[in-house]
Design a protein around this ligand. Structure first.
Ligand SMILES: Cc1ncc(COP(=O)(O)O)c(C=O)c1O
Length: 385
């Protein structure tokens, strides 16, 4: 009887006492882990962790099955990638040389910073936005020129264009988070065009599309076509959000080949084989993406409607998080949610009174609303019950 490699692997695992626990079964445990952060352990079967914009549903079964199928490679170097690169190429209509893989899109953001800011240049972008880009800029000896949002929380494109031109010699690249974290607001297609047409033609622009998959606003469009035109644009995507693989660490950047070549000098080039197979499967799993998107929109809009009816202003969001104006310092407010076993928010200066809330599952958001009503009085303009 011929023994397949797969059955040898599972026999070996059984010998070690792992028996037949496969990813699909282990997945059931992802909602109930205990993790330690700071001093107190946090039991995820009790705590609603709605502070990091994660996917509360985890990866789909087909994604987990694909990861399971990759176990047979874990002791090797130079393994297959499960069709990941081919899948990304096909999705965007780009060549192999237009893609840089990272351990999360966060790695690509850092690589862009290291590539374009060495020698003390600065990143130009809005504030608040995804702060890692700005803190990394400072860590590599560069800096950040930060410009305020408009009063309606959109990014001020004419202002960014003006500053980019005035300070062109100091600027290493422009950062545009679309949609923006922490506000959840998109930069419409026309505004991206206005930015790219208005700044110096050779100025690199990093467009962070981490939350691309959640959007249903027709005014938004991906910026990948600018890469195809050969503009100095780097678009980043992640498998942490829609695909539910945050802890597995996979993301990528798409850019003209000469930019990818420069950037790859600073990238680790190292992603684990399990997530490559899972990532490839998630690109093909459009039904799974659609499920997460639909659930996110349903739960988000219900929660936002309840907050508004209770008299609180919420910034309309196109992502898996939103901001509610609590009219008090959010550092204190986040502490007040802790006795309810709810983790929310942190300050995003200068929006210190806007609490950022990630969209958890329906039960987590129900619990969030119960706690919110306990902590905050109904505002004067609350809809009559
Ligand atoms: C706007 C934005 N970009 C990038 C990332 C990095 O995500 P990851 O490194 O998991 O791909 C995040 C994570 O929350 C984010 O909010």
């Amino acid at each position: 009887m011929g023994l397949s490699r797969r059955s040898l692997v599972s026999g070996f695992a059984a010998g070690l006492g792992y028996a037949s626990l496969r990813g699909t079964e282990l997945l059931a445990r992802t909602r109930a882990g205990i993790f330690q952060r700071g001093r107190a352990p946090i039991d995820l079967s009790v705590v609603a962790k709605i502070n990091n914009n994660e996917n509360p549903y985890g990866p789909s079964e087909v994604v987990v099955e694909a990861m399971d199928s990759a176990w047979e490679w874990v002791n090797r170097y130079g393994t297959p990638d499960g069709g990941l690169r081919a899948g990304i190429q096909e999705l965007h209509g780009v060549e192999r040389g237009n893609i840089l893989l990272g351990a999360g899109s966060g790695e690509i953001l850092d690589v862009v910073g290291t590539t374009f800011l060495l020698g003390g240049k600065k990143v130009l972008g809005a504030e608040p936005s995804y702060g890692q880009v700005y803190s990394h800029a400072r860590r590599v000896g560069g800096g950040a020129i930060l410009r305020p949002l408009n009063p309606d929380n959109t990014q001020n494109i004419p202002d960014l264009v003006e500053v980019a031109n005035q300070h062109a010699s100091e600027i290493g690249f422009v950062y545009l988070c679309n949609p923006n974290n922490p506000t959840g607001v998109v930069v419409p297609e026309q505004d991206v065009q206005q930015l790219l047409d208005g700044i110096p033609a050779d100025m690199p622009v990093l467009i962070d599309e981490a939350y691309h998959h959640f959007i249903d606003d027709p005014a938004y469009a991906t910026s990948i076509p600018y890469v195809l035109e050969g503009r100095p644009v780097i678009v980043t995507r992640t498998f942490s959000k829609i695909a539910g693989l945050a802890a597995m660490r996979l993301g990528y950047g798409v850019a003209p080949a000469e930019i990818i070549e420069k950037m790859s000098l600073f990238a680790t080039g190292s992603q684990n084989v399990l997530v490559k197979f899972g990532g490839a499967a998630s690109l093909r799993d459009l039904a799974g993406q659609e499920r997460v998107k639909a659930l996110n929109i349903e739960v988000r809009e219900k929660t936002i409607a309840e907050l508004r009816a209770y008299g609180y202003e919420v910034i309309s969001s196109q992502t898996n998080f939103f901001m509610v104006d609590v009219k008090r310092n959010v550092r204190e407010v986040a502490q007040e949610f802790r006795p309810f076993d709810i983790l929310v928010g942190r300050p995003f200066p200068p929006m210190d009174q806007h609490l950022r809330v990630s969209v958890g599952n329906a039960d987590e958001m129900r619990r969030f609303m119960v706690a919110f009503r306990e902590i905050f009085p109904a505002a004067a303009n609350a809809a009559a019950a």
